[in-house]
Design a protein. Structure first.
Length: 292
């Protein structure tokens, strides 16, 4: 949540994770919440015609763009809730001390709480997951509970390329009237190209940013994958490598839950003091799953 627009090259943001918040219109709660976010100015419903079907988005879901980036949807919810939020403080440990949960941050700060809700990715690779938060809370989970929070996720590489001005004709020729385009074929290392700047309504004649996703199941080293992804994307766009002014690649470790085993949509580890685990590993990897 802490990356400002001014910190991006040319002031152009790049959504390196999910491009949209996917909402199941059959789920009244998530639809109601998203409609409130739209009213707040945090999101916009995207027309189906400019999008493609991908494994990242469940069939039948509606796609919403964060008006200030996808993190802007979360910021809108926090603003609506009038929540008192602390940023840039990662939790390293949670311990039960008497009738309170003692929460320790990586910077050494300690606070006590009557209720803790852990909404982080389930156990898996990466730096911000459930298995990175230790403490005696872990002893309260049964073997069946651990099975539920250790369900496998698939992963992708996501690459952003910032381009010099003057390449709008090549971009328009490739994307047509769309914002994104599937890119596949035998031996292809990329699956989806997204014209982020068009998605954000940036002037076509100015600098641009493109986001590239691999298929699920990315393997190997991201730094070795980056030049291959860059070369393949630029070749498809017919844009020279000299046009790239900056780039960034991430390993989207927990792109999507492959399957869930939990019978409920959250886990109440303790009633008093309350400790609750919630995440897509109980439901599905989209906005509706998070609301559920």
């Amino acid at each position: 949540f802490t990356t400002s627009r001014d910190s991006y090259p040319d002031g152009l943001r790049a959504d390196l994770g999910a491009q949209y918040a996917s909402v199941d219109p059959r789920d009244a709660d998530s639809m109601s919440l998203m409609e409130a976010i739209v009213k707040e100015g945090g999101a916009t419903l995207m027309p189906e015609a400019c999008l493609v079907e991908t494994a990242e988005r469940s069939p039948g879901t509606l796609q919403y763009r964060g008006n200030l980036g996808q993190n802007g949807i979360v910021k809108a919810m926090l603003s609506m809730a009038k929540a008192d939020v602390t940023f840039e403080r990662r939790v390293s440990k949670i311990d039960l001390r008497g009738n309170l949960w003692s929460v320790t941050a990586y910077d050494g700060a300690v606070e006590q709480f009557h209720c803790v809700v852990m909404c982080v990715p389930g156990c898996g690779p990466g730096g911000d997951n459930l298995n990175k938060i230790h403490g005696n809370w872990e002893k309260k989970l049964t073997a069946a509970n651990w099975k539920d929070v250790e369900v496998p996720h698939d992963c992708r590489y996501s690459l952003a390329l910032w381009l010099q001005p003057g390449h709008q004709k090549h971009l328009e020729a490739y994307f047509g009237d769309a914002i994104e385009k599937l890119h596949g074929g035998r031996g292809s290392g990329i699956e989806l190209l997204i014209w982020q700047s068009r998605k954000d309504g940036e002037p076509a004649e100015g600098p641009q940013v493109i986001v590239v996703h691999t298929p699920q199941g990315a393997r190997g080293n991201k730094n070795q994958a980056q030049p291959r992804m860059t070369g393949e994307a630029l070749a498809s766009l017919k844009i020279p490598s000299s046009a790239v002014t900056s780039s960034k690649i991430i390993t989207w470790y927990q792109s999507q839950v492959l399957s869930t085993t939990a019978a409920s949509r959250c886990l109440v580890v303790s009633d008093s003091p309350a400790l609750i685990l919630a995440g897509d590993y109980f439901t599905t990897s989209n906005f509706t799953g998070c609301v559920q």
